[in-house]
Design a protein around this ligand. Structure first.
Ligand code: FES
Length: 144
């Protein structure tokens, strides 16, 4: 399997690992296929994501995509953050092998789930944001 230099770099030296204690939003998602879990913490100030950290219990591609996703989201407005997809994360990493593409979806879902959590906590609606599909925490129940 062929990994780009960027994937290897983010896997070996992941950026923004850890947690944010007073996070504005936390998103936890699990990949039902492999059982890997990713948790992303966001600190949002006004309309801007000022910090992001992650913990990933998963494969190398999941670690690399979480690392890149946190790098991409820091400094973005909420609307810009919503446009971060697994594709943009993969592009920033110079691609992933096809069998590993599903791992990058975890990063996109975790970001969206953290934004959703932020919206719920603040009782706001973020235009274009859909409720997360997977929430392995089940701390709060979303009625749909
Ligand atoms: Fe599970 Fe990559 S194999 S996220």
């Amino acid at each position: 399997m062929q990994y780009s230099e960027k994937v290897m770099d983010h896997f070996m030296n992941p950026r923004n690992v850890g947690e944010i204690e007073d996070a504005s939003g936390v998103g936890t998602v699990g990949n039902p296929k492999c059982g890997d879990i990713m948790k992303i913490y966001l600190k949002i100030d006004g309309d801007v994501v000022v910090d992001a950290k992650f913990k990933t219990f998963g494969c190398g591609a999941a670690v690399a995509t979480s690392s890149m996703a946190t790098e991409l989201i820091i400094g973005k407005t909420i609307q810009e953050a919503l446009k971060i997809t697994n594709k943009s994360v993969m592009e920033a990493l110079d691609g992933l092998p096809p069998v590993k593409v599903h791992c990058s979806c975890l990063a996109e879902q975790a970001l969206q789930s953290a934004l959703w959590d932020y919206a719920q906590k603040n009782n706001i609606t973020i235009e274009g944001l859909k409720p997360p599909k997977e929430d392995v925490d089940h701390h709060h129940h979303h009625e749909e």
